[in-house]
Design a binder for this molecule. Sequence first.
Ligand code: PMP
Length: 355
Amino acid sequence: MSQYWSELTASLVPYVPGEQPKDQRYIKLNTNENPYPPSPKVIEAIQAATNADLRLYPDPTCEPLREVLAQYYGLTKEHVFVGNGSDEILAFAFPAFFSADRTILFPDITYTFYPVYAKLYGINYETIPTDEQFNIDARQYGIPNGGIIIPNPNAPTARFMLVDQLKTILEANRSQVVIVDEAYVDFGGESVVPLVAGYHNLLVVQTLSKSRSLAGLRVGMAVGHPDLIEGLNRIKNSFNSYTLDRLALAGAVAAIEDQAYFENTNRKVIATREWTIEALKPLGFQAIESKANFIFVTHPERSAPELFASLKSRGILVRYFNKPRIDQYLRVSIGTDEEMEAFVSAVKAILQTEA
Ligand code: PMP
């Protein structure tokens, strides 16, 4: 006989993360990690923090990191929240700012975690259609709602919006929280952090996982009016274990302080992205314009799942989503120049040999 709780857990549809295979070494272009190592100063800082103080709990307010981030953003530490990856911050934001009786909005093609959190917290959502080329139309976000999430650039499409378009959304929604998820903004996008001073309902979420090469450290940050930060703190403090650990705090401070390293690796990723798009064009691929560390590509005559499988058999992992509207696309993270050359060569070989 089925128990009531087994039906409850069965009704949860969790997020399915990209593969982290252990069976062989792949050229891993499937989870938007940065191909370059973190700044050497980050490694030094973590090594220096690996000492007897690990017996002590970390600072629950994460002050030094929030100070450094406040300086970086030109705001105060009361405007800054940090969490174990931006996913954790999003997980706090849902119960903090959205309620079960008011429908929230996000684009139809977007980061799959948003519907997962909405279902988990019992929050209704409506998806707003993107156009044929996955553009988000800001004017469609003027309908009544209980909050909005916009990823910019979007994932997995790589489409980005201009600050003025996001302003249109903020203007039409002054009494609800608008979250702009800027996980990929550092690869040529435009941040809305400068709008925080003018819009008390704007929460900007960023991460060290992509542009700072620290997916393994799990550090994300949110910037917004102190009232929003207080909302996040209330959720965080309702649990016991959710502060950043001592090593993550030390590494994150060093990462933010090493601006030159960050700019240099981002420049390389952007240049490699543009090279890859140009190399794929003569092979018949179409790419959505990208300001992220990945590209979203389709080939009018080739099946995406077959390309995915052929690449995997050649030791190259990309991401395929078996979902309506995007099931003929591949999302390819930008690796090093050598990795992307190997990817393009493999694609060429597949197109030539596999009819
Ligand atoms: N937002 C978007 C749009 C993402 O693609 C990701 C990474 N999968 C995240 C947030 C979460 O990143 P992290 O938890 O590593 O900060």
